[in-house]
Write a protein of this length. Structure first.
Length: 282
């Protein structure tokens, strides 16, 4: 890796070219460069004013040559924006998108939590908010009814996208191209199980188009039934899916379709309406 201390600063009014480095394992120097890059980004908070190379160097205590090289690389990656006319930098769209993703995730957890807990209490069930990570659905929030502590699902739990109600609800709402690509990935991963799973995904798509929720009968865990529905949150960085589950002797199929599913859709709409009213950062 090129030593960022020994690079000569480029012309102040022309954005310096980023230095290309070869890929290597993470070492102490890589961590140091990352730390310095983050230090540069923090200088722009909270107003994101235009700053010169000299101003950034003064605020961070880094050499101007270091700032020049790192700022050039950050600009190439979209984390900084550069004004050729004035030679100043400010935060770019990539950083703003990261910040928006964090704010949105915090917002939706705070907004959704009371609705999820209300549903968990009223149905004495486990209710969760999840997002996709590869071929798993990660639980971002989990609320329990009084008798649901025996279900071993918590924040951070990973549920199979292929068998969980939230996973199949997500598959059933994806645009055709995205769904086909995901199903191809699943087909390669599950091997012979595809014979059973393929028709189940077609059923999930049909259910989501007809009812806007998916009913799961013992697919994730034997003796547990549930429902999944996808949130429609404008501008969100992730697709959020809410789900509810309980033992099958309490959540019979007819009950899922007639009461639990429609109630989950009501909660979905309430969360969406609340999220629409949350003030967004510019």
């Amino acid at each position: 890796m090129v030593d960022d201390e020994n690079l000569i600063c480029g012309n102040h009014l022309r954005r310096p070219a980023a230095v290309k480095t070869t890929e290597a394992g993470i070492d102490a120097n890589s961590v140091r460069v990352l730390s310095r890059g983050l230090k540069i980004l923090r200088v722009f908070a909270p107003k994101n004013d235009w700053l010169s190379n000299h101003e950034i160097a003064s605020a961070t205590g880094l050499p101007r040559s270091t700032v020049s090289r790192l700022a050039a690389n950050l600009t190439d990656e979209g984390y900084l924006e550069y004004s050729l006319e004035h030679g100043y930098y400010r935060l770019g769209a990539a950083v703003l998108a990261l910040g928006y993703a964090v704010v949105t995730n915090i917002d939706i957890l705070e907004v959704a939590r009371p609705f999820l807990q209300e549903l968990a209490d009223s149905e004495d069930a486990l209710v969760l908010l999840s997002t996709r990570d590869g071929l798993a659905m990660v639980c971002n929030e989990v609320c329990y009814g009084r008798n649901m502590l025996t279900l071993r699902v918590g924040v951070g739990s990973r549920l199979a996208i292929t068998t969980s109600a939230v996973g199949r609800a997500l598959i059933g709402t994806l645009p055709d191209g995205q769904r086909d690509a995901l199903l191809d990935e699943i087909r390669e991963n599950v091997g012979g199980d595809w014979v059973l799973l393929g028709p189940a995904f077609n059923d999930a798509t049909a259910q989501m188009r007809e009812k806007k929720f998916y009913t799961s009968i013992g697919t994730l865990e034997q003796g547990v039934n549930g429902v999944g529905a996808v949130l429609d949150v404008a501008g969100a960085p992730y697709t959020y899916v809410i789900g509810i589950a309980a033992p099958s002797f309490r959540f019979e199929p007819q009950l899922l379709d007639q009461r639990v599913g429609p109630r989950l859709i009501e909660i979905k709409h309430e969360i969406e309406q609340q999220m629409a009213s949350v003030t967004r950062p510019n």
